[in-house]
Design a protein around this ligand. Sequence first.
Ligand code: ADP
Ligand code: ZN
Length: 716
Amino acid sequence: MSERRFIQVILPLQLEWEPFYCYDLGDGAEPLGEGDRIRVDFSGKEYVAVVSNPDAGGEAVRIGIDRIKPVLQKDLGLDRVSKTELDLWRQVARYYLCSVGEVYKAAYPAGKTAEEEVKARIGERLRKRLEEKERMIARARKPETKERYTRERDAILAEIARDAGERPRSSAPEIELTQPQSIAYSEIKEAFKSGKPALLRGVTGSGKTEIYLKLARETLDEGRNVLFLVPEIALSRQLEDRIRELFPCELQVFHSGESMVRRREAATFIRTGSYMVLGTRSSVFLPHRDIGLVIIDEEHDPSYKQDNPAPRYNGRETAIMLAKLHGAAVVLGSATPSLESLYNCSVGRYSLVNLTARYYEAGDADVEIIDTIAERRKNGMRGSFSLKLIDHIRECLDRKEQVMILRERRAYSPVVQCEECGYIPKCKRCNVSLSLHLKTDGSGKLVCHYCGKVMDFTGTCPKCGGKLSPLGAGTQRIEEEAKELFPGARIARLDSDSAQSRRNGTDIIRNFSSGDTDILVGTRMVTKGFDFSGLTLVAVLQADSILSQQDYRADERSLQMLEQFRGRCGRRGRKGLFVIQTSQPEHPVYKSLEGDLNEKSTLAGFLAERKLFGYPPFSRVVGITVKDYNLTRLEKMSGDLAAVLENTPLNPGVSIIGPYKPAVDRISNQYIRAFRILLPKDRSLSENKATIAKVADSFGKERKYTGHITLDVDPV
Ligand code: ADP
Ligand code: ZN
C-alpha cells in the first residue's frame, strides 16, 4: 500500500516557534529523517528547510491535505543537521524568545556556492598564504622572526596536507606549567570532576592561555574536541599563533561574518578529524561533534552578545548550553570576571579558581589620576595632554620604552559647533551630532556614527555663516597633538577607521609589537589582550566618556575596561604606570583601581547595589524596543503596549519600566522607545518570559500599528 508522507520543517525565517511548516513528500516516498535538509517553496520563494518532524501525517490532516505543497527537492547533497544542533537551536529560541528558524538562519547562513567551488577556493587561499609566508621568511631580518615565520609556514604546509585528506595529530612540545599555574590547573580539574564550569580569574600575564591549552591537549588526547571562544579574533593574532604552534593540525579559526565558503570549510574540517575551533560567538553554531571542552576566554566581554539581528544571543551562555548537550567541561577565564559569573561562583554554580602570579614577574602598574579641571586652572594643560602626562611620556621615550593612549572616541572631534550662534550640526536621520573626520588631503567630512551618513565639511555654519570649529578631541586629533608634542616619536593610531581592514589593524599591532612604533593612540581596541614587552606607560584621556554610560552596569564595565588596559603594561619585569586624565577624580571607579585592587569590597558594593534595585544577577531582564518612522504613531503604540503589559497576568515580583526614550532615540529616521522588564529568577521565570513573548508577538501583528517590536533577553 502506498502511503503519502508528510513532514514538518524549520524555515530560516521569523515565523511562529512551533509547530513548523508542513510539506508533502509524495506517495511511497523514501522517508526522511529529522535534520535532513530539503528545498521547499514558501510564499513564492525557495528555501532550504530542515526537517523537524519526519512523520507529520496527523498535522497534515489537521491542516487539510489539499492545502499542503509538495517538497521541491529532496536530495541536496547537504549534511544532515544533528540532533544536538537541533536541541541547541530549540534551547536558544526558547531562552532568547526568538523563532527556531532565526537560530537556523544564524547557524546556516544562506549561500549558493557549490561544493566543488568551495573546495577550489580553499585550496587557492592556502596557496596564497603559503606564498606570502615564503616572502615573509625571505624578508625577515631578526632570526627569531624568521624562526616564527618558518613555524607558521610549516603549519600551512600541514594544513595543505590535511586538506588533501591526511590529518595527522599534532606532536608539539609539552606545555610546561609554572607552580601557580599547575595549582590552578588542578583546581580546574577538580571543578570538572564535580561537573561544574570553572571560572579562572587570573591577572593579565598570568598565563591563562597556557592552562587552557594544557586542558585542550588532554581533551584532544582523549579523542574529544575543543571549542575555544574569544570575543573577537584579536588583531594581534598572538593567541592564534600560539595555538597554531601547539596544534597545527587541529586548529580551525572561525569568526562571525565568515562567508559561506569559510563556514563550509569549517564544517568539513569538523567532520573529518579531531579539531579545536578558535572562534567568536557564532562558532557555537558550527556542526560540532563530540566536544569535550569549551573554553570561554575574556568571559566578561560584552561583545559576546549579539544585538542584531535575532537570535540576540550571548555566545557565553550559548556555549554553556552547548557544553551541556555534549557533556563537555567548561572553563571561563578573565582578569576581570563579570559580576554575573562571580555571582554564579558565590552560589556554587561555578567553581572559582584564582591565579594571582604573573609569569614574568612584575608589579601592578601604579595608578596616577590627573584632575584635568585643576590642571587647566593652573595652566597645566596643552590641548588634550596635561604637562604631567607629557613629562611621563618624555621620560618613557627617553628610556626607549613604549606608550599607549586610550581615547574612547574616534574621529578628529566628536562634535563641531558654530562660534557665532552655537549651532551644532546633527544627522538628519538620527538624533546625534555629527563627528568631524579629517581626510588624508586635510579636508574634513562630517560623519554620523550611527547611520554612517557622510557630508562634506565646509567649516561654515549653515544657519548664520559663522565659523564651525571642532569641539573636543577624538583619536585622530589626539594623534595629531601627540605628533606636535613629541616630534621625534613614531606615532600610530588604532581605531575602526585606521584598521578598516583586518590587515591594516594587524600591521599596526605588529609594528607596535616589534618596537617600530613608540606611541599608539586608539579606542578600546587597544585594551584587548595584546602582550607588548616594551610597553610601560598607558594613559587614558578624557576618561569621563567611559564612565558616563547610562546603564546600571556602567561602573562594572568601566572598571573592567580600565583594568584590562592597565594590564597591558608592565608585563615583562618592569613596573608600569597607568595615568588617568579625568574631570571627576573622586569617582568611585578610580578609587577601586587605586587601592590594591581590593575587589572584594568593590564587588560586594556593586552586588549590594544590584540587589537593592533588583537588577541582574538578582533578576533577569527582557528589553523591548519599539520603532516607527512616525513619532505620533510610535508614541501611541508604545503607550498601548505599556497598557497591555500592565494588564498581562505576570507572576508577582515582575517590574516593568517604560516606555522611555533611549539615549539615542532616533536612528536612520526611525524613532525608538524602550521598555525594560525585570523578572524574578525563580520558577516563574520561563513562564513569564513566554507570556511576554506571546503578548509582544500578537501585539506586533495588530494591523493598526505600523511599528516594529523586538525582544532582547539579557540585553547588554
Ligand atoms: P594571560 O592570558 O593570563 O594574560 P598569557 O597567557 O598571555 O597571560 O601569558 C603572558 C605571557 O607569559 C605570554 O607571553 C606567555 O607566552 C608567557 N607564559 C605564561 N605561562 C607560561 C609558561 N608556563 N611557559 C612559558 N611561557 C609562559
Ligand atoms: Zn545618522
